[in-house]
Design a protein around this ligand. Sequence first.
Ligand code: NDP
Ligand code: 8X3
Length: 237
Amino acid sequence: MKKIICITGAGSGFGEACAIKFSEHHFDVIITGRRKEKLESLKKRIEEKQDVKVYVLPMDVRNKSAVFEAMESLPAKWKKIDVLLNNAGLALGRDNFDQASLDDWDTMIDTNVKGLLYMSRAVLPLMISRNRGHIINIGSIAATQVYQKGNVYCATKHAVEAISQSMRIDLLPHKIKVTAIHPGAAETEFSMVRLKHDEKEAKKTYEGYEPLQAADIADLVFLLPPGRRMFVSMNLK
Ligand code: NDP
Ligand code: 8X3
């Protein structure tokens, strides 16, 4: 019987790289995200290469009822989730506090904080009933540091670290391990999303240093022993 990992935001970046990495290590994979076509394409690529199964579960983590209904809809075999990777998240805008868009703030809080909470609560009963499980939360270097014009994105990632610490304590009696991984800047769709598809501005994000790649994070997510916290920095050029 293969182990099962459920990954949020698996259509690109870290989530996609983690789906590939875990499939290479014989995990069956539940992949979630809003863009169904990205998930279907990933499923095809993985199943062509590896002797594993991929279950596509499109959802928006901000939609509380959709998250719970999606997990409930899983066939019994797929409910035996060993690892939940809370990865879906985004930054929107690089604006001073007094100028930032309130809608951007709402979206970041709803996705990075509330989405992670909903997913965790929807999956936890499945783990608790088996008295085992591992939750991995993707934070950011912004989980402990703030930078200019990072305001609410940094706040959401501080929240991810605080939630991870709480989970680690409260879920110990159920033998559920909790890991938080805090990457520095990595070259994914992240900057294009943050800068609203302004390619020139997005490229500037990585000037002066060598960004991490999604595969670097996937290697760490796979190797890190459960229950830890890790910071990952990028390299100066
Ligand atoms: P990407 O933009 O490549 O991936 C983010 C994924 O999250 C997308 O596949 C997106 O899929 C999904 N997502 C976004 N909003 C929602 C939603 N409401 N519901 C479901 N899925 C959603 O960026 P990364 O891979 O870089 O980001 C992954 C995580 O890593 C994020 O939490 C980010 O904050 C964090 N991070 C990123 C760093 C970086 O520099 N790249 C550094 C540190 C942390 P879809 O649009 O299809 O829903
Ligand atoms: C993304 C990396 O440095 O923009 O979390 O906060 S950074």
